[in-house]
Design a protein around this ligand. Structure first.
Ligand SMILES: [Fe+2]
Length: 218
């Protein structure tokens, strides 16, 4: 990973690559960028397509083609993936990926509250419930997690934080970036940025995006 890209990710929390390396697969690009993570069996590359029907405990099962709420990916994991890479197979300019900077969230709600806010996964994982903080210092950054579907407050301060975060998110105007052209590629710091999918408009049901998670960048 060139230093310039690393610097930009650190500065803004994401990096967009228009029509990037058309001859390369997402796996080749991911290995060039960093150390990919396989979140579940056969899950190195996940293909995201709009669905009207899906498992009831999934975003598609709950929201279908509507706007997905802001979240960080796998926020209910003790250590969520550090970065995620999205690559366009079939895209549309009017179905942007939306992002909100978690640093602004910390400024608004305060690190004190977010670091003391205890949440737990809405459903136990592997038979046990882990208690998770919305914010915690890890290595040389503050890791942020947020997911109103898969996490719920598990303390008084958690409940305070839950309300404040939701309220704050509802007032924000997000950064909108469209994976519109095939091979458009977006690298996101998943410990910092919250992201959301905008609604799938009629005629845009063929949208398809590939995703790979990372443990780290090179
Ligand atoms: Fe996501």
């Amino acid at each position: 990973m060139p230093q310039k890209i690393n610097d930009e990710i650190r500065k803004t929390g994401y990096k967009f690559f228009a029509n990037y390396r058309a001859k390369h697969s997402i796996v080749e690009i991911a290995e060039h960028f960093g150390k990919p993570l396989v979140p579940w069996e056969n899950g190195l590359v996940q293909t995201l397509v709009p669905r009207t029907e899906a498992a009831p405990n999934s975003y598609s099962g709950i929201y279908g083609l509507d706007h997905f709420p802001f979240h960080s990916d796998l926020a209910h994991w003790r250590t969520p993936p550090r970065y995620l890479l999205l690559r366009c197979i079939t895209g549309y300019a009017d179905v942007p990926t939306l992002m909100i900077d978690g640093h602004d969230l910390i400024d608004a709600v305060t690190l004190d509250i977010l670091a003391r806010a205890i949440f737990k996964p809405r459903r136990p994982r592997n038979g046990s419930v882990s208690l998770l903080r919305l914010c915690e210092p890890v290595e040389d950054v503050v890791r942020i997690r947020w997911d109103e579907v898969f996490l719920k407050p598990a303390s008084r301060i958690g409940e305070v934080a839950d309300l404040r975060v939701r309220e704050w998110l509802s007032t924000r105007i997000p950064t909108a970036l469209s994976l519109a052209q095939t091979h458009d590629t977006l690298l996101i710091d998943n410990w910092r940025m919250l992201h959301a999918r905008s609604p799938i408009l009629p005629g845009r049901e063929s949208r398809a995006i590939e995703r790979v998670y990372f443990e780290a960048l090179h």
